[in-house]
Design a protein around this ligand. Structure first.
Ligand SMILES: Cc1cc2nc3c(=O)[nH]c(=O)nc-3n(C[C@H](O)[C@H](O)[C@H](O)COP(=O)(O)OP(=O)(O)OC[C@H]3O[C@@H](n4cnc5c(N)ncnc54)[C@H](O)[C@@H]3O)c2cc1C
Length: 831
C-alpha cells in the first residue's frame, strides 16, 4: 500500500515536471519548433521500428546441444540419432568418419556424453527387455532402458536389480559404462552382476564379451565411458525382491570403521546401507541400514512411480544449501524427525527413487553437482580432516556426504576400487559463472591430490578436473584400457570430454592443439547473428553503387533498408532461439545498432525527400568535383568496413577534401552547395559518433580475434601469406588460420579450386553464407539449406539468399555457385 502511494506520488511529480517544461517551451516559438520536431522524429522512429521487420518468420535451427543434469556442459554435436535397432547403429557408424559420442540418461556431469561436431548416438529409444529368465534370475536388455522401467518388468516376478545406483532414472548402458555402484552391502561395482555384453566397435563389427569370451573387451567396456564401442545388449544377474526394515544409528566419524565392522559388514541381512556424514563439521555420521525382514509393510508401494511432485524435498535442499544454520536444522531437527518412525518397505521401492526429488527450480545461476572419492576403508579417518580443510579453505557449500561401502573390483581396467573402499558421495552447490567453475577446478585438483595420498581414487562420471598426471597415478591400469580401445577403434572415433582429456592417443592428435590456440573456438550462433550486423556493410555498398550509377540520392530506399535490417534481426533471433545459448550482450548490441541505423536513415529519408529533393530539381545532371568526392567517400567507407570496424574510418579528411576542391565541372552551384552542406553534416555527425563508440568499445569489449581457424585435410601444397597461415600440421591434416571478415570470404573463393576437405571452422560444423542471385532464380545450389531470402533494396531484379552450409560442403558450395550465371557468394559469416 505504502509502495503504491509512493509510486503515485512519483508519477504525479514527473507529470507536473513535464507540464512545466512544456509550458516553458511553448512560451517561445524558437524552442517550441525544434522541440516538437524532435518529439515527432522520435515518434516516427518508434513507429518505423514497430512496423518493420519480419516477426512472422518461424524457422528454427534444431537444438543439437547435448548437456547434462548440471546444465554446466552444453556441447554442440554434429548430428544426433536415436536408433531403435542394432542395424541402425551399425549403419550410422559405417556411413560416417568423424567422432562418435554416446548418451544414455545424460546424468554424468562432465561432458562424458558429448563431443563437438560428433555423431551423437542417443540410446534412450533402444530400450526393450529382450529376455527374462526367471529361473536363472537373469535378464537381457537393450541398454537404453532405465532402471525404473526394468524394475516394473521384473517386480511382478519378485525380482530386483542386484546392483544399481540410489536413483532409478539411469540407463542400464550408462550405468554399466561408468561401472556404477549403490548402497548394497557385500558387493562392489555393477560389473560383478554383469554376465555378458554385446557391443559394436568402430568398424561396425558386433562383439560378444564376457568373462570367458573377449574378456579384455569386457574389462574395457564396463566402466569404459563409451570409449571402446556402443554396448547394445546387457545380460544382468538379478536378486530377490525382499521386504526391508530401516535401522538408523548416530556414529562418530572416528568410530565408523569399528561400527561398520561390528554391525554391517558381516550381517547377511543388510541389503542397503549408507552413512550420512554431516557438513560442515564432518564429525558425525547417521548410518541408515535396510535389513531383510518378515515384518508387515508400512508402505505397500512396490516401485516408486515416475512423475511424482517433490516440492518439500526441493525446499529442504534449498534450506540445507542456504548456509550453516540450514545444515544445523537438518542435523538436529529434520533428520531426527524423518528417521524417527518405523519403516518396512519392498527392496524395489527403496531402489527406485526419482532424481526429480533433487531438482531445483532453476540451475541458471547456481547448480547442484556431485563428486565421489573412493578411500580405502582403513584410511577414512585420516582422509576426512584433509577433505574438510579443503572445503573450509574454499568455502565449498557441501550439502551432503554419503558414505557407501564397496569391495574391490579387480576385473575392469578403469576400476575405481583397487581394494575395499568407502565411497564418499559429495553433493554440493556451485555457481555457474566462469569464476565459480574455475574455483571448483582448483579445489577439485587439490582434493584429488589428497585422495591420492590416501591411495584412493575418484569417480570419473563427474567433472574431469583432475590433471592428466593425476589420472595416470590414480588409474594405473588405464594403459590396458587404451590399448583395447586403440585396437577396436584405431582412429579413436569414440570419444567425449573425459576420454579426450586422458586418452594418450588423443594427446597426440591435431585436434588437441585446438585447445591451445587463443580464439580457435567461435560460437556457431554468431554465424546467424552477425547477418544483420553485416547488413550495415552490404547496405552502404549498395548506397555507394547507387550514387556511382548516377542515381539521385533522394531516391535511395531508406525505409526499405531499415525494414531489411529489422527483418534480418527477427529472422536471426528466431533461427537461434532453440539451438543455442542466449547471447544477451550481442542481442542488445544488435538492438542498439538497429535503433542507430533507424534514426540515421529516418533523418536522411526526411531530409532527402524534402530539402534534398527540392535542390535535386536544380541539378543539371552533371556532377561537380565535390559531388564526385562525396561519391568516392561513400565508396571508401563501404570498402573500409568490409575489413575494419566502421568507427575506425577517418571521416574528417573527406570533409576537408570536399571543402578544398575547386570545382571545374559544369554543374549547378545551388545543388553543389546543398550537397556539400549535407555531406559535411552527415560525416561530422558520424565522426563524432564514431569517437564515442570507439571509446565505449575500447572500455567494454576485448580486442577482437582477427583470425579464424580451420581444421582441414589436404594433400595439396598451400601458399601462405600474412592473411593465410598453416598453424600446425600432421600429415595431410592441418590447422590453418585466415584473416577474418572480408578476407575470409575472398580466401574461400580461392580455396575452392584446391583439393581440400574442411573438417571444422572455428570448431563448428555449419556456417551461414549469403549469395546474390537473380530474383527469379530458386535454390541456386543443393549444397546448403536455404534459410531465407532478403531484398537487395536498390535492385529489384537481384535477391540475397541466405544458406546454412555444412563446413565440409562449403568449398563445393562456392564452386557450384560460380558455375551458375549471375550468382555470387556475397559473404561467409565467420561467426
Ligand atoms: C543424482 C545422481 C545420483 C547418482 N548416484 C549415483 C550412485 O549412487 N552410484 C553411482 O555409481 N553413480 C551415481 N551417479 C552417477 C551415475 O551413475 C552416472 O552419471 C551414470 O552414467 C548415469 O547413467 P546415464 O544413463 O545417465 O549415463 P550417461 O551419463 O548418459 O552416460 C555415461 C557414460 O556411459 C556412456 N554410455 C551410455 N550408454 C552407453 C552405451 N549403450 N554404450 C556405450 N557407452 C554408453 C556414455 O558415453 C558416457 O560416457 C549419480 C548421478 C546423479 C546425477
Amino acid at each position: 500500500m505504502f509502495a503504491m502511494q509512493m509510486l503515485l506520488k512519483a508519477f504525479r511529480w514527473v507529470v507536473k515536471f513535464l507540464v512545466r517544461c512544456i509550458r516553458a517551451i511553448n512560451r517561445k516559438k524558437r524552442y517550441a519548433i525544434p522541440f516538437y520536431s524532435f518529439i515527432g522524429y522520435i515518434l516516427l522512429v518508434t513507429l518505423i521500428i514497430n512496423f518493420s521487420g519480419d516477426p512472422s518468420y518461424d524457422k528454427v535451427v534444431p537444438n543439437k546441444r547435448v548437456n547434462d543434469v548440471t546444465a554446466l556442459n552444453p556441447i554442440q554435436v554434429g548430428k544426433e540419432i536415436q536408433p531403435a535397432s542394432i542395424e541402425e547403429i551399425i549403419q550410422a557408424i559405417k556411413s560416417t568418419t568423424g567422432p562418435i559420442s554416446i548418451g544414455g540418461g545424460r546424468f554424468s556431469m562432465g561432458g562424458q556424453t558429448g563431443y563437438e561436431n560428433s555423431l551423437h548416438i542417443d540410446m534412450r529409444k533402444f530400450n526393450n527387455v529382450l529376455n527374462l529368465d526367471i529361473e536363472k534370475k537373469q535378464v537381457t536388455v537393450e541398454p537404453g532402458i532405465v532402471w525404473r522401467d526394468l524394475q516394473k518388468v521384473i517386480d511382478p516376478h519378485n525380482l530386483s536389480i542386484k546392483i544399481m545406483q540410489t536413483y532409478a532414472n539411469f540407463t542400464v548402458g550408462g550405468s554399466v559404462s561408468v561401472n556404477c555402484h549403490g548402497r548394497y552391502i557385500g558387493h562392489g561395482p555393477i560389473v560383478s552382476s554383469v554376465m555378458q555384453i554385446k557391443m559394436i566397435n568402430a568398424y561396425g563389427e558386433i562383439i560378444i564379451a564376457s568373462r570367458t569370451e573377449n574378456p579384455d573387451v569386457f574389462a574395457a567396456a564396463i566402466g569404459g565411458y563409451g570409449g571402446v564401442g556402443v554396448i547394445v545388449e546387457v545380460t544382468l544377474q538379478l536378486a530377490d525382491n525382499v521386504k526391508v526394515e530401516r535401522h538408523t544409528a548416530l556414529v562418530n566419524a572416528d568410530d565408523y570403521n569399528k561400527f561398520f565392522d561390528k554391525n554391517i559388514r558381516n550381517d547377511k541381512n543388510v541389503v542397503f546401507q549408507n552413512g550420512d556424514l554431516y557438513p560442515p563439521d564432518f564429525d558425525l555420521i547417521n548410518s541408515v541400514a535396510w535389513k531383510a525382514t518378515d515384518k508387515p509393510l508400512t508402505d505397500t508401494v512396490r516401485v516408486t512411480p515416475a512423475g511424482q511432485k517433490y516440492w518439500l524435498e526441493a525446499k529442504m535442499m534449498s534450506l540445507v544449501s542456504s548456509g550453516d544454520i540450514g545444515k544445523w536444522i537438518r542435523k538436529n531437527i529434520l533428520d531426527p524427525y524423518l528417521y524417527s518412525d518405523e519403516k518396512v518397505i519392498w527392496r524395489n521401492r527403496e531402489a527406485s527413487y526419482d532424481v526429480q526429488e533433487l531438482e531445483p527450480a532453476s540451475r541458471k545461476d547456481e547448480t547442484y553437482v556431485l563428486q565421489e572419492y573412493f578411500i580405502p576403508v582403513q584410511n577414512i579417518t585420516s582422509f576426512i580432516p584433509k577433505m574438510k580443510a579443503i572445503y573450509d579453505r574454499y568455502d565449498v557449500n557441501v550439502i551432503n556426504v554419503s558414505l557407501r561401502h564397496a569391495y574391490a573390483d579387480e576385473e575392469t581396467y578403469l576400476s575405481w576400487a583397487a581394494q575395499e573402499v568407502f565411497a564418499f558421495v559429495i553433493y554440493y552447490k556451485q555457481g555457474t559463472d566462469n569464476k565459480s567453475c574455475e574455483q571448483v577446478r582448483q579445489w577439485t585438483v587439490e582434493m584429488t591430490d589428497a585422495i591420492l595420498t590416501e591411495n584412493g581414487r575418484w569417480y570419473l562420471p563427474y567433472q574431469p578436473h583432475a590433471s592428466v598426471e593425476q589420472f595416470q597415478k590414480g588409474y594405473a591400469h588405464a594403459d590396458k584400457y587404451f590399448a583395447v580401445k586403440h585396437r577396436l577403434d584405431s582412429t579413436h572415433r569414440f570419444t567425449n570430454k573425459l576420454l579426450d582429456k586422458y586418452n594418450p592417443h588423443a594427446q597426440k592428435r591435431l585436434e588437441k592443439t585446438r585447445e591451445t590456440i587463443n580464439g580457435y573456438y567461435r560460437d556457431e550462433a554468431q554465424s546467424f547473428l552477425t547477418v544483420p550486423e553485416w547488413y550495415l556493410v552490404f547496405n552502404p555498398k549498395e548506397y555507394a553503387d547507387f550514387l556511382e550509377e548516377g542515381n539521385n540520392p533522394s531516391d535511395f530506399p531508406f525505409y526499405a533498408s531499415i525494414d531489411e535490417y529489422w527483418s534480418l534481426y527477427d529472422r536471426s533471433m528466431k533461427l537461434v532461439s532453440a539451438g543455442y545459448e542466449e547471447n544477451e550482450e550481442y542481442n542488445t548490441m544488435l538492438q542498439v545498432i538497429g535503433v542507430s541505423i533507424t534514426m540515421e536513415y529516418t533523418a536522411k529519408m526526411l531530409y532527402e525527400n524534402t530539402i534534398g529533393r527540392v535542390f535535386s530539381w536544380f541539378s543539371n545532371g552533371i556532377n561537380s568535383d565535390e559531388e564526385k568526392i562525396i561519391i568516392e567517400a561513400q565508396r571508401a567507407y563501404s570498402d573500409f568496413i568490409y575489413d575494419k570496424a566502421w568507427y575506425e574510418f577517418e571521416f574528417l579528411p573527406w570533409i576537408k577534401q570536399v571543402w578544398t576542391t575547386s570545382n571545374t565541372s559544369d554543374s549547378n552551384w545551388m545543388r553543389k552547395i546543398e550537397r556539400k552542406f549535407f555531406f559535411t553534416l552527415e560525416f561530422s555527425f558520424k565522426a563524432a559518433y564514431a569517437k564515442l563508440i570507439e571509446l565505449g568499445a575500447k572500455a567494454s569489449y576485448e580486442e577482437p580475434v582477427t583470425k579464424i581457424y580451420l581444421l582441414i585435410s589436404t594433400a595439396d601444397s598451400l601458399q601462405t601469406s600474412n592473411d593465410f597461415q598453416i598453424v600446425h600440421e600432421e600429415g595431410d591434416r592441418k590447422i590453418i588460420s585466415i584473416t577474418r571478415w572480408g578476407v575470409f570470404t575472398k580466401t574461400i573463393s580461392v580455396l575452392k579450386d584446391k583439393n581440400i576437405d574442411i573438417i571444422e571452422i572455428g570448431g563448428n560444423d555449419e556456417i551461414v553464407v549469403s549469395v546474390l542471385a537473380d530474383t527469379n532464380s530458386k535454390n541456386v545450389t543443393n549444397e546448403g539449406e536455404l534459410l531465407y531470402t532478403s531484398r537487395v533494396v536498390t535492385k529489384p531484379n537481384r535477391i540475397r539468399q541466405v544458406y546454412l552450409v555444412p563446413v565440409g560442403r562449403l568449398l563445393d558450395f562456392a564452386k557450384q555457385l560460380t558455375r551458375e550465371n549471375g550468382v555470387e557468394v556475397e559473404h561467409v559469416f565467420d561467426y
